[in-house]
Design a protein around this ligand. Structure first.
Ligand SMILES: [Zn+2]
Length: 538
């Protein structure tokens, strides 16, 4: 920070109103002395974010975020001090003082690189509308691309012959090779992209850094991308991000689709917040990039098996980024279609329906493990539990992690150990009173292992365990004592009923003897002893 003299920073503060700077991102309404809006640093629906124009600072009464124009740009855009200053200087129309210039070699390489790829993009663009690009143009028009879309995304055509290696003969060979557009072969340089429909890949600033080429003659692979270069790293680059950036901020969410044509069609049909990984698998760096804006992501996959697998992988990758206020969802496009086809046949409404039907990650993960493991068997449940345990460990916020674990424990218990599904047992259980019932509901919902251990007995009681019960704050020992003593008492009730019936039967002259009664009496005495022992046990 010290590298900038305070005069410059002061000048920025003097020239720019904090209301203007904040107001670019947050709609503000003046109330009394201050301006108010919904805080961009935490999730809220009613404004608690205030901006004081006179003093030049903002303050959030909800999360405590506080600062001035510089910290606002740094924190809302997740940029460094220097970048924030640059942006504010641009906004104020003043020049930034010079700061640690790049080495001349580096600057030269950078200039040459961006110069070459930009020129190459123009060549490809022109060729798309030439005779040789006819097939490519026809193909992309068939895919529903308008001229405006072709222009905006700067689509092009790389011809069958070596155009780049021929047109850039005056460029230093190493500089040309550094772009990945040409390769060195036995007969000199040759073009990497040949007979391809070309999609430029942009960096977040909107500069072209690489290309993705789609094969036009049915040859595999369908897409090839520039291999990594000094200025292009596949694992950090998401297709469409430069166009989607602002929308991701405004809509407070991003959508990830599988292919770049899908991403473009989504962006042009009302889903400007859509991006796609570059034909390769999604990486955690892609997610990290999106999470700089917000942690609300909708993953959109094919409904088929491969799509489910990819979704499970994405879920695993996104878990370390999930916060207690994140909205991460999984949407599935069914019927063998992709978003591009959905948009074509049903428009934005059809796509919105798919997004509205998306599963929150908690539901998706639950569904996934239920489909991947044989949870009707103890072994399958064990595997599922181990998998889940490992996945949930990735959640950074330990409190949130605990809450999610509890949520799944509840589901495992209610859905896997199938309480409600147990048929009425042979022995008719006497009804329990309300206090006993509430106590049992409390126990079942708070002591899963115990409930599981005594599941046969508990499920014989005809109690709806889904109800709410007051928290008794018991220990597991207290709870177990209660369940066991109740079980013994219920057994006693059954024995006494049996004795009564048999004595009545004897009176009625039926075939019972005193020995039968003595047998029951013995059981009653034993049960009473057990109960007594239990009740006086510490
Ligand atoms: Zn806040």
């Amino acid at each position: 920070m010290a590298k900038y003299d305070n005069n410059f920073v002061d000048e920025l503060r003097a020239r720019l109103s904090v209301v203007d700077v904040v107001g670019r991102r947050v709609p503000l309404v003046k109330k009394g002395q201050n301006y108010w809006g919904c805080c961009p640093f935490h999730n809220e629906k009613t404004p608690s974010f205030s901006v004081n124009e006179e003093k030049g600072f903002y303050h959030c009464f909800g999360c405590g975020a506080h600062g001035d124009i510089i910290s606002f740009v740094m924190n809302s855009e997740h940029v460094e001090f220097k970048t924030a200053l640059q942006e504010l200087a641009d906004m104020a129309g003043i020049k930034m003082p010079d700061y640690k210039p790049k080495s001349p070699e580096r600057q030269q390489l950078e200039d040459s690189y961006f110069g070459i790829v930009e020129k190459a993009a123009k060549i490809y663009q022109d060729l798309l509308f030439s005779d040789s690009g006819k097939d490519a143009l026809e193909y992309i028009k068939k895919r529903g691309f308008t001229d405006d879309m072709i222009k905006k995304y700067r689509l092009g055509y790389a011809p069958k012959n070596n155009i780049i290696s021929n047109k850039f003969v005056d460029v230093k060979q190493n500089n040309l090779l550094a772009t990945g557009l040409v390769r060195n072969g036995d007969y000199g340089l040759y073009d990497f992209f040949r007979n391809k429909l070309m999609f430029p890949i942009f960096n977040p600033k909107g500069q072209i850094i690489a290309f993705s080429g789609r094969s036009l003659d049915g040859s595999e692979p369908k897409y090839i991308n520039t291999t990594d270069t000094e200025f292009f790293h596949k694992r950090y680059t998401i297709f469409g991000f430069n166009f989607a950036r602002e929308e991701i901020y405004k809509k407070n969410r991003s959508i990830i689709v599988e292919g770049q044509i899908d991403a473009i069609q989504m962006q042009c049909n009302g889903f400007g917040e859509t991006v796609a990984p570059l034909g390769t698998a999604l990486t955690e760096d892609h997610i990290a990039l999106l999470c700089k804006s917000n942690r609300n992501i909708i993953f959109c996959f094919d409904g088929d098996n491969a799509g489910q697998k990819a979704a499970a992988r994405a879920c695993s990758l996104v878990l370390p980024f999930i916060r207690d206020n994140s909205d991460v969802r999984f949407a599935f496009v069914t019927g063998g279609k992709d978003p591009d086809e959905v948009l074509k046949s049903g428009g934005a409404d059809a796509m919105n329906k798919i997004i509205n039907d998306s599963l929150p990650w908690i539901e998706f993960l639950w569904k996934h493990i239920n489909e991947s493991y044989l949870v009707s068997t103890p072994g399958g449940r064990t595997q599922a539990e181990k998998f889940l345990e490992n996945e949930l460990k990735k959640i950074q916020d330990k409190k949130y992690q605990y809450e999610i674990e509890q949520e799944y424990k509840k589901r495992e218990f209610q859905e896997w150990r199938s309480w409600k599904k147990v048929d009425t047992p042979n022995i008719k259980m006497p009804d329990v009173d309300l206090i006993t019932k509430n106590t049992l509901v409390y126990i079942v919902n708070n002591f899963e292992n115990l409930a599981s251990q005594y599941s046969d007995f508990l499920s014989s009681l005809n109690i709806n365990f889904d109800e709410q019960a007051p928290d008794l704050g018991w220990t597991v020992t207290q709870a177990e004592k209660f369940v066991v003593s109740l079980k013994l008492k219920k057994y006693l009730e059954i024995l006494e009923n049996e004795r009564k019936e048999k004595m009545q039967a004897m009176v009625n002259g039926e075939n019972y003897t005193n020995a039968d009664i003595a047998e029951i009496n013995k059981k009653i005495t034993e049960t009473n002893q057990k109960l007594e022992k239990l009740l006086y046990m510490e």
